[in-house]
Each structure stands twice: as C-alpha cells, then as structure tokens.
Design a protein around this ligand. Structure first.
Ligand SMILES: [Zn+2]
Length: 76
C-alpha cells in the first residue's frame, strides 16, 4: 500500500514522456544519453566510444532545459 502511494505521488510530481535518447550498441554497456543536444552526427558512447542508436524511453519530463537547448540550437 505504502509503495503504491509513493509511486503514484512520485508520478504526479515527475511526469514522464516519450523521450528521444541515444543508446549504446555495445552489449552490457549501460551508456545512453538524452537527445537533448540535437546532434548533427551520430554520437558515440561516453563510456566505451561505441556507436549509438536512436531510441525512445519513457523518462521523467525535464522542465525547461530540454526545450531550451533545442531552441538555442535551432536559432543558430
Ligand atoms: Zn557504451
């Protein structure tokens, strides 16, 4: 009961959305990053330098930072 309540409360405080991310292609590597920076080229994993593939995950919604970064990039 308590856990259910806590999870619900957390979900309300931290809404999630389908977020574009980059996922490391190397097996067992946990490297991934949000597609916050609108890469012009495919990024490489910051942990093992393997190529990364585009994917979508449900992640807590980031207020401001995500949109701000993309807006800044687009204007240039
Ligand atoms: Zn990796």
């Amino acid at each position: 009961m308590y856990n259910t309540f806590r999870n619900k409360k957390y979900a309300e405080d931290h809404p999630t959305e389908n977020t574009q991310i980059w996922l490391c292609t190397k097996e067992r590597c946990k490297g991934w990053m949000r597609d916050n920076f609108a890469f012009e080229n495919k990024p490489v994993c910051c942990l093992c330098s393997s190529p990364m593939v585009s994917d979508v995950r449900m992640l807590p919604l980031l207020v401001n930072s995500n949109d701000d970064l993309k807006t800044i990039k687009k204007d240039r």
